[in-house]
Design a protein around this ligand. Structure first.
Ligand code: ZN
Length: 657
């Protein structure tokens, strides 16, 4: 473990709070120290109030901020005198503590202080750093962890037995720290939880953390139990087409247990498969999480294999046994699934959540592996874990989380996604919370968005093996397909029928019709498994109801596609799949319409560009975004009882009306 401190960089952060920002980010940059909102830091300083009086204030990490990206406003300023008085109380409920912490702030608009704020206040140093470092967890989560900790640290850290994070822990530390701390002490270790370090400067506190965690790493290495070997996934693609349906079935079962659509992500790299296929996996992986901080994301234990019903039932009985069974009604679905063929599958209401669960579990696999080599992995007992989970659920109820976006947990394929209407459909779907698999012939599609809920694949849909591979990748990333927006198509050069070449005709049919049939057919079993029912949107054309001369191939291909959609609506209704069509006209903000072509066309009708664009009954311009928004709405609840419909989006066309 090396220090990332850089003198020059640190000079860009003058003052106590800025220094606190700088080294907090250094901690956040190392995922073996701090993961996704885990860990917290503080600095004690003085701030002048409105009356010019200096007040002692603790700036402590606010909830909702990650150390890696934290800014000064991510720290909540709390009055030290209030925090220290709270630490003297005999008892205080955690909800009441949360209220008192909010009241201690000098700035009401600052974020809610970390639940560990009182712990930070009682440690007698200016800067305090706290992490849930992998190496520390691997050492403490063993049967003789307490003894190993003494061996590693001697009297350099005060050791606190496990107590659930919250007021009780703060109270215990307030009691134990003054009793046990000596001149050698530079940290405080909480068993099965994590490490605190402290110092008079940001650098001192940070580098002590690095040193303390480094000692645990060295100890592990000395015992042949190295950590951090393979926490990153490798790029191997093992997922086979035959597993597509199995995975979609598993995702459907997880979604049913969660009573909401869920994203399910497959990680079948070496590290994941090695762990999932360990002969002792069912035994070691179900002992509990590495730190209470992970429970709310990963659930108490992973599911081994694919029996979601049994998992949900045992989750319910675990709540029954320990307390409030009504809480299980919230969501008994697994978040981590270990399967010998699929490897590590992670579930979440969004692709981002599933990604966070993946990160956490990759570290958990490392910690369990190292602790096992050390002589035996031992997690918290079920009662302790239950308390944390129960507390988190209570907190979640208090937080009154806003309702999720309409397509949260759902997956949409968009074809022809790199430009024009397709690109706008991607945006409309992402905006509504769907994960998007974007397909296009153009390689640009891969980099259209860089986010966990987007997968862009360059792919020729007329090539069956490319289409199959793209579906495999999409299902591997998100677990299934709920929506299909068939937008890809070509608009060939016009030609009268007498002069139409057979090649042009076939090519147009192959792209605009055959490729869509292939994709619909391949997606049907996946759409059938959609938790809310599958939806298909066809981007048709005004040329279907009102063809023009010179476009026989295009008009015939779109009309045939329309007829295909109508038959699919009849055949797939029993599978709860809806198919509806939009007929756009004169959408000019697409790749094919350059300003020059637009001008030429407008001139050929004797119109200005503006009147050419709005040459319809309503005199409005129809944009890609207009079409995309309607396409997305067709997949939503407004159209839940509509299938087989054809809707014009053309500003009103006198030939269609
Ligand atoms: Zn903690």
């Amino acid at each position: 473990m090396h220090s990332r401190w850089n003198e020059e960089a640190s000079n860009q952060f003058p003052g106590d709070l800025a220094q606190r920002v700088y080294t907090s980010r250094l901690l956040g940059q190392d995922s073996t120290l701090v993961l996704h909102g885990g860990g917290n830091t503080s600095v004690k300083t003085q701030v002048a109030n409105l009356f010019g009086e200096q007040e002692d204030v603790l700036y402590v990490k606010g909830s909702g901020w990650d150390l890696e990206t934290i800014e000064a406003e991510g720290f909540a300023p709390c009055r030290m005198k209030d925090l220290l008085r709270l630490a003297e109380l005999e008892t205080l409920s955690d909800p009441q503590m949360a209220v008192e912490l909010q009241k201690s702030k000098t700035d009401p608009s600052a974020p809610a202080p970390s639940v560990e704020a009182i712990l930070h206040a009682i440690l007698p140093a200016k800067f305090v750093d706290h992490t849930h470092a992998d190496a520390v967890l691997a050492v403490t989560n063993t049967a003789d962890g307490r003894q190993r900790v003494s061996e590693i640290y001697g009297d350099r850290v005060v050791v606190v037995p496990y107590v659930m994070p919250g007021f009780k822990l703060a109270r215990l530390c307030a009691e134990l720290f003054p009793e046990q701390a000596g001149p050698q002490t530079i940290g405080m270790l909480l068993m099965n939880h994590g490490m605190f370090s402290f110092g008079e400067t940001a650098r001192e506190s940070y580098e002590r953390m690095i040193e303390l965690v480094g000692l645990a790493e060295d100890y592990l290495a000395g015992q042949g139990a190295r950590i951090g070997k393979s926490s990153a996934p490798d790029a191997s693609e093992r997922f086979l087409g035959g597993q597509r349906l199995e995975l979609a079935e598993l995702r459907r079962a997880v979604s049913d247990a969660a009573r909401a659509p869920m994203i399910l992500r497959v990680n079948d790299d070496d590290a994941a498969l090695d762990f999932a296929t360990r002969p002792d996996v069912a035994e070691i992986a179900t002992r509990g999480p590495a730190t209470p901080d992970h429970v709310i994301r990963t659930k108490r234990v992973p599911m081994i294999g694919r029996d979601v019903d049994s998992y949900a039932a045992s989750y319910a009985s675990y709540f029954d046994e320990h307390g409030d069974a009504s809480l299980t009604m919230l969501d008994p679905a697994p978040r981590v699934i270990l399967d010998k063929d699929l490897g590590l599958c992670t579930a979440g209401r969004t692709a981002k959540d599933a990604g966070i669960v993946e990160d956490i579990y990759r570290h958990t696999m490392e910690i369990i592996g190292a602790a096992t080599e050390l002589g035996g992995w031992q997690a918290l007992d079920a009662r302790d874990i239950f308390e944390v989970e129960y507390w988190d659920l209570e907190q979640a109820k208090l937080r009154k989380a806003g309702s999720p976006p309409p397509f949260a947990g759902e997956v949409c394929i968009v074809t022809g996604a790199a430009s024009g209407i397709g690109k706008a459909c991607v945006t409309a779907m992402l905006k509504r919370g769907a994960a998007v698999v974007a397909l296009d012939l153009s390689a640009d599609v891969a980099g259209l968005h860089v986010r966990k809920d987007y997968l862009g694949i360059a792919c020729d849909l007329t090539d069956g093996s490319q289409l199959e591979a793209a579906l495999d990748r999409g299902v591997k990333a998100f677990g299934g397909i709920d929506m299909l927006v068939l937008n890809a198509g070509i608009f060939p050069m016009g030609a009268p029928i007498a002069a139409l070449s057979a090649d042009d005709w076939r090519r147009t049919m192959s792209i605009n019709l055959d490729a869509n049939l292939d994709l619909m057919r391949a997606c049907h079993p996946l759409l059938k498994l959609s938790p809310r029912g599958g939806r298909v949107v066809i981007i048709g054309s005004k040329n279907v109801p009102a063809p023009g001369p010179g476009q026989a191939a295009y008009s015939a291909s779109k009309a045939a596609l329309q007829q295909l959609a109508r038959v699919a609506a009849l055949e797939w209704g029993a599978d709860n799949i809806r198919i509806n069509t939009l007929h756009p006209n004169a959408v000019f903000d697409t790749g094919i319409w350059t300003p020059e072509i637009l001008e030429q066309r407008a001139a050929s009708y004797g119109l200005s560009v503006d009147s050419y664009k709005t040459n319809n009954v309503l005199k409005v311009e129809v944009t890609s975004q207009d079409v995309a928004e309607l396409a997305a709405e067709l997949c939503g609840p407004l159209f839940a009882k509509t299938t087989g419909a054809q809707i014009p989006i053309d500003g009103g066309n006198d030939r269609v009306i």
